[in-house]
Design a binder for this molecule. Sequence first.
Ligand SMILES: NC(=O)c1ccc[n+]([C@@H]2O[C@H](COP(=O)([O-])OP(=O)(O)OC[C@H]3O[C@@H](n4cnc5c(N)ncnc54)[C@H](OP(=O)(O)O)[C@@H]3O)[C@@H](O)[C@H]2O)c1
Length: 254
Amino acid sequence: MTLETLKIVAYIWLAVAVIVHIVMFFITAPFGRHTSGKWGPMINNKLGWLIMEFPSFAIMLYFLLRGKHSFDSYVWILFCCWIFHYINRTFIYPLRIRSTPKKMPLFIALSAVFFNLMNAGLNGYYLGELAPASDYTISWLCSPRFITGAVLFVGGLLINWKADAILIQLRKPGETGYKIPKGFLFEYVSSPNLFGEVIEWSGFALMAWNLPAFTFLVWTFANLVPRAKNHHDWYVKTFPDYPKKRKVIFPYIF
Ligand SMILES: NC(=O)c1ccc[n+]([C@@H]2O[C@H](COP(=O)([O-])OP(=O)(O)OC[C@H]3O[C@@H](n4cnc5c(N)ncnc54)[C@H](OP(=O)(O)O)[C@@H]3O)[C@@H](O)[C@H]2O)c1
């Protein structure tokens, strides 16, 4: 694939993200607390997470190891950031969640596989095969943009992990219900885990500074902002004493 073709695919994929973003405010993605049996065959929740996220991990690992230019410059650092995130999401997170009896529609897992094939495919192919080595030199590593991006990436990742850990620990082993989360950024927003993920991929896009990374940031935003709104509305409906001052995802803003 040439750079021109990749750009056309990325622009079309960006347009799809905008449409999905709008649709997701009206149709709640049926997994986790919003799961529903109306979407066809169901699979185990933990298995679903593994199936959904594995392609993203595997594709980036493939392009890191087999890409023509993955080690011509410091571009391998971007691969390592991505793979590091997806080691947690694919293998560690599903083992930690306490939702064993829960199921998710196979349709959701397959949609997420497609999402991950596209995003990891675009990013991996660009970084491993097309990105000019001159873009990812030692001066790139020392640039304010890379350093700011790296701080946001690590900060977002830590927020995401900590918030996920608090949520997971709300349930004692064997429990399946929901409680109002307290402390940390939960005092400000309903979904600090999703907030952290948006910050993390903003940092990645700043570091990478290319179209596929920007496309993935737009997709992350497009997916997670409506999901956070669905979570927030669910909390308000479910718990009459839910704190009124809590925003949806961005502290003080939304
Ligand atoms: N990059 C992307 O586009 C993307 C898309 C989706 C998700 N993600 C990431 O995947 C992770 C999970 O997302 P999510 O929306 O499924 O997260 P979530 O609804 O906040 O759930 C996270 C975990 O905590 C449990 N939990 C949540 N709220 C709880 C409460 N009030 N009481 C007790 N347990 C609670 C959930 O159990 P249940 O499963 O039983 O509800 C689940 O195991 C996040 O880190 C998110 O950033 C990324």
